[in-house]
Write a protein that binds this ligand. Structure first.
Ligand SMILES: *Cc1c(COP(=O)(O)O)cnc(C)c1O
Length: 485
């Protein structure tokens, strides 16, 4: 059978046959099949011929160990057969071969969900990534026949679209903020309003980023009100950079005031101190068109005179994960010379997707067809209602006796920290459980292929249809599950 070298394999001495310890009552481990038996099992023949031998043996041992533990704990009364173990090992090996990153259907009501990969890419961006997957002129000047600069691929478009003198694309906006501060204010004091020291998700907290970029944090003003005089005094006390942060994911309302970017720029110029604006989402079009207020555009920040402006690639821009810095050429030169730039740069796939995404903005009138993010944002209720009508019978059939289905008015949110106060009217299909809990229903939806992600609300599972641009995979998932039940 070609297992000639097996007897020498130390791994195989561990056969699963455990000798009983005298006087101690133990389940009969002698019943557990041996590793070599499993290896020779017909079910694993094809696998054993191709797979890494040591890894396969380790998988079998792990499987036997699980059974041993179950027997020891008394949770299993009898040992599994060689057939059972072989089937388990085959399933485990299949899982190793399957992609871990899988498409899911986002019906959570959060359009750009950080946990679900934020902005879905446009078809053009996906094509561009495929094109760039092979050998490309990433850092190669085809005219001169020598080394080029990877920034060349997106910088021209970014300058043209934003009006900035220079631009670069980094790993994400956290990297962009880090590099901007580290380059312009290492060991200096960064002046920020207390109302803007935000946390965006668990791992991005403004004070932490400022400190880890080598700067000292100089807080000014209060949570709800900061005045120009607060900034002036901070510069008198040695402030070396003025930072304005867009409070992406929360709003201070009521007795509140802050200092505009334009005012900060005026102050910065007068005192020869650079001004950096972290916009978070960084929209390139006026978001009021989509019912999203309070989302400043990158062009506005550039026009206001910010020396550097940073924003994300995968929030309202609708592109791949990236952090974009645009601004003055003299500061960008220093950013590009910072050794950390190399550690934070984008790879060719993301640069390709970013370029294709930016190209969509050359025709802003068609954004709602070219970029999925804008299709979701601009979707009229009537269209969402059509989707609901299509999906509902499939969902009802899938739910069967387990739940009844209701169509309810709801609200979607943009997500990823953009436009926290904005709720977009939507329609949701609500599953109201008749057997079991809502959490069990939600889990059953996640177990579909592709997994369907809803949200729990007041004992119901809500499926928000605004983000369902193509219902076909959902219908297939629901239909496929039906035949099983
Ligand atoms: C989202 C956000 C960030 C972090 O951006 P990533 O691209 O997720 O790294 C930083 N600042 C603000 C204001 C944000 O909204």
């Amino acid at each position: 059978m070609g297992y000639g070298r097996l007897p020498e394999d130390t791994a195989l001495r561990e056969t699963g046959r455990i000798t009983r310890t005298k006087g101690v009552s133990m389940p009969d481990f002698a019943e557990l099949p041996a590793v070599y038996e499993i290896l020779a099992h017909p079910r694993l023949a094809a696998l054993a011929a191709e797979a890494d031998h040591a890894l396969l043996v380790a998988e079998i041992q792990a499987c036997l160990e699980r059974h041993r533990a179950l027997l020891r704990a008394g949770r299993r009364k009898s040992a599994p057969s060689a057939d059972d173990v072989a089937a388990e090992v085959a399933a485990a090996e299949a899982a190793w071969q399957a992609p871990s990153l899988r498409p899911v259907i986002n019906l959570s009501g959060t359009l750009l969900h950080t946990n679900l990969g934020r902005a879905p890419l446009s078809a053009e961006a996906v094509e561009a990534m495929t094109r760039a997957a092979g050998t490309v002129n990433l850092e190669y000047d085809l005219e001169a026949g020598k080394r080029g600069d990877r920034d060349d691929h997106a910088e021209g478009l970014l300058r043209r679209l934003t009006g900035a003198e220079a631009a670069t694309a980094l790993n994400n906006n956290a990297a962009a903020v880090y590099l901007a501060l580290n380059t312009l204010a290492n060991r200096k004091r960064v002046v920020v309003s207390r109302g803007e020291l935000v946390e965006i998700g668990a791992s991005f907290r403004m004070p932490d980023i400022i400190r880890s970029s080598g700067c000292r944090l100089m807080e000014v003003g209060t949570t709800n009100r900061t005045h120009l005089t607060d900034y002036e005094r901070a510069l008198d006390d040695g402030g070396g950079l003025l930072l304005k942060v867009h409070t992406s994911n929360y709003r201070v309302v009521g007795f509140a005031s802050d200092v505009s970017l334009a005012e900060l720029v005026k102050l910065g110029r007068a005192r020869d101190v650079p001004v950096v604006a972290d916009l978070g989402s960084g929209a390139l079009v006026d978001m009021r068109r989509y019912g999203v207020a309070d989302e400043p555009t990158v062009q506005d920040a550039v026009r206001a005179g910010a020396d550097l402006v940073t924003f994300s690639g995968d929030k309202l821009l609708g592109g791949p994960q990236a952090g974009i810095v645009v601004g003055r050429a003299r500061y960008m030169k220093r950013i590009k010379r910072n050794p950390m730039k190399r550690a934070l740069r984008c790879d060719k796939l993301r640069l390709a997707a970013l370029e294709a995404t930016l190209q969509a903005y050359l025709s802003p009138q068609t954004l709602e067809t070219t970029l999925p993010t804008y299709r979701m944002l601009a979707r009229p209720l009537a269209e969402i209602e059509n989707v609901a009508r299509t999906v509902r019978p499939y969902l009802e059939r899938w739910a069967g006796e387990r739940a009844r289905v209701e169509l309810l008015a709801g609200e979607s949110q943009v997500g990823s920290g953009a436009a926290p106060g904005t709720m977009l009217p939507t329609l949701v299909l609500a599953l109201i459980s008749r057997q079991g809990t809502a959490a069990q229903l939600a889990a059953a939806l996640r177990a579909l292929a592709p997994p369907v992600i809803g949200r729990l609300h007041e004992g119901k599972v809500l499926l928000d249809l605004r983000a369902l641009l193509d219902p076909a995979p959902l219908l297939a998932a629901l239909g496929g599950a039906e035949s099983d039940s």
